[in-house]
Design a protein around this ligand. Structure first.
Ligand SMILES: Cc1ncc(COP(=O)(O)O)c(C=O)c1O
Length: 473
């Protein structure tokens, strides 16, 4: 493709994206594609001879688009938001255009230094105290696994890094504590980082499904009596199921007393802390060793962009860094080489899209958008509370409402099947997209408000659609 063709197709693609962002509502939110349907449309081998871009774009529209679930649809209420925005897309395009690998400061000083700055901005926006240092990771799962590896090396004075499990010298195993509502990335990280799934201790929860610090203390005490080694506690600010907020201020002292690494997973809810009235969700964060939250979830920055903050970057670097000769530069003592702050060597220039978002919207507008989402979720919760055939199943501290349809006279088992059927029917209808969880044994519908374009009218439509389809069942 020559630059003239690139220019022409580039304009076409931008036009298409601009229309898409304005009119995502014209699509059913959840793709109606059946398993294998898209694959069947794609040839078994790559073409030998290059094809015209017009044909490729046409195939994109005809064959690929029907298999897309529209996360940026204003009536997407499933899972958790993964939003984007025009400024973010522009930043992403420039990053792709530059094709930079920001593994070392020297491989693009601007990428490293802009990352330092925008992470400082973000830390300030969510009210982190001084002394945290930020780095962008691909996902919260990667960041949490990094935290677990740092915890492991702190507990073993770098012996596991050096000798593998033999570094424990017969002591152990190392134990990780997280509430039973914590995200599956904790278990996954524990498996991959060599702790073993059996060494993730599920701490009890209170009536709001937040971690019970007294049970944390009790579980650690039992482990110590059994000769096990408490290593790390992961607190969740905004659990995936129902956005419960673990009490950091009470967990911190327990972690400190027993010398545990204290990691905070605020993947979704961290963005809400840009609102002064929501800062309370991070009360006690000053005691943490590390924290992650995802601008790619709820801060209008397209996937992937996960903000990871650490107290002690030297410990992180010592845990992660390996310096083969070809990666050494004359500047290594003066600068951050972010390859030493995480798992991959190669790193994209992700700071650019975050910078575009923060500058283009400004903190005031971002606060308005997030405050709007929270208000819509609370209003929806109010409708549920006042409707006789519906029941709210958890508090709504942030943006997600957990509820179920509860017509009179149905037993628990029938309620579970009826609600599962309701979710299937609602999603097949295509007007909105919702997903479920189970809170204890109760089939629970979740409505997560957080897409860039979601307005009150879309939440009203969600409520009307649920009532209409429930009425038809
Ligand atoms: C609390 C929490 N932690 C971690 C994750 C995983 O996020 P990521 O996809 O960035 O790894 C999620 C996403 O669902 C989450 O809700």
């Amino acid at each position: 493709m020559n630059s003239e063709e690139f220019r022409r197709h580039g304009h076409d693609v931008i036009d298409w994206i601009a229309d898409y962002l304005d009119n995502a509502e014209r699509y059913p939110v959840m793709s109606r594609s059946k398993p294998g349907e898209i694959k069947a449309l794609i040839p078994d081998s790559a073409p030998e001879i290059g094809e015209p871009m017009d044909t490729i774009l046409e195939d994109f529209r005809r064959d690929i688009l029907p298999g897309v679930t529209h996360w940026n649809h204003p009536r997407f209420f499933a899972y958790f938001p993964a939003n984007n925005s025009a400024p973010s897309i522009l930043g992403e395009m420039l990053s792709a255009g530059l094709g930079v690998n920001s593994m070392l400061w020297q491989t693009s000083p601007a990428a490293t230094e802009l990352e330092e700055k925008v992470m400082d901005w973000l830390g300030e926006m969510i009210g982190l105290p001084d002394g945290f240092h930020g780095v962008i990771q691909d996902t919260a799962s990667t960041a949490t696994m990094g935290a677990l590896v740092c915890a492991r090396e702190k507990a073993t004075a770098f012996a596991v890094n050096a000798a593998g499990p033999a570094g424990l010298a017969g002591a152990g195993p190392l134990r990780i504590y997280a509430s039973r509502e914590a995200h599956s990335s904790v278990l996954k990280g524990a498996k991959i980082a060599g702790f073993g799934a059996e060494n993730v201790v599920l701490v009890g929860i209170d009536e709001n499904r937040a971690m019970d610090p007294a049970d944390l203390e009790a579980k650690i005490t039992t482990d110590l009596a059994d000769g096990l080694i408490p290593c790390c506690v992961v607190a969740t600010v905004g659990t995936t199921g129902c956005t419960a907020i673990d009490p950091l201020a009470a967990i911190g002292p327990v972690a400190k007393k027993h010398g545990l690494w204290f990691h905070v997973d605020a993947a979704l809810a961290g963005s809400a802390a840009i609102l002064p009235e929501m800062r309370w969700i991070l009360d006690g964060v000053e005691q943490a060793d590390s924290l992650v939250f995802n601008p790619h979830k709820w801060l209008l920055t397209n996937f992937d962009c996960s903000a990871y903050f650490v107290r002690d970057p030297e410990h992180l670097e010592r845990t992660m860094s390996i310096h083969p000769e070809y990666l050494k530069t004359g500047r290594d003592r003066e600068v951050n080489n972010y390859m030493d702050w995480g798992i991959p060597l190669g790193r994209r220039f992700r700071a650019l899209k975050l910078w575009f978002v923060l500058r283009s919207y400004g903190a005031v507008r971002l606060r308005e958008i997030i405050a709007g989402h929270i208000a819509f979720a609370r209003e929806f919760a109010g409708w549920i509370d006042s409707a006789p055939d519906w029941e709210r199943l958890a508090p709504v501290p942030v943006n997600t409402v957990c509820f179920r349809w509860k017509p009179a006279g149905m037993d628990e088992a029938t309620l579970n099947t009826a609600n599962a059927k309701l979710v299937d029917r609602v999603n097949a209808d295509g007007t909105i997209y919702l997903t479920h969880t189970r809170l204890d044994d109760v089939f629970t519908i979740r409505l997560a408000v957080g897409q860039r374009a979601t307005e009150r009218e879309h939440v009203v439509t969600a409520w009307e659609t649920l009532q209409k389809i429930a009425g038809e069942i």
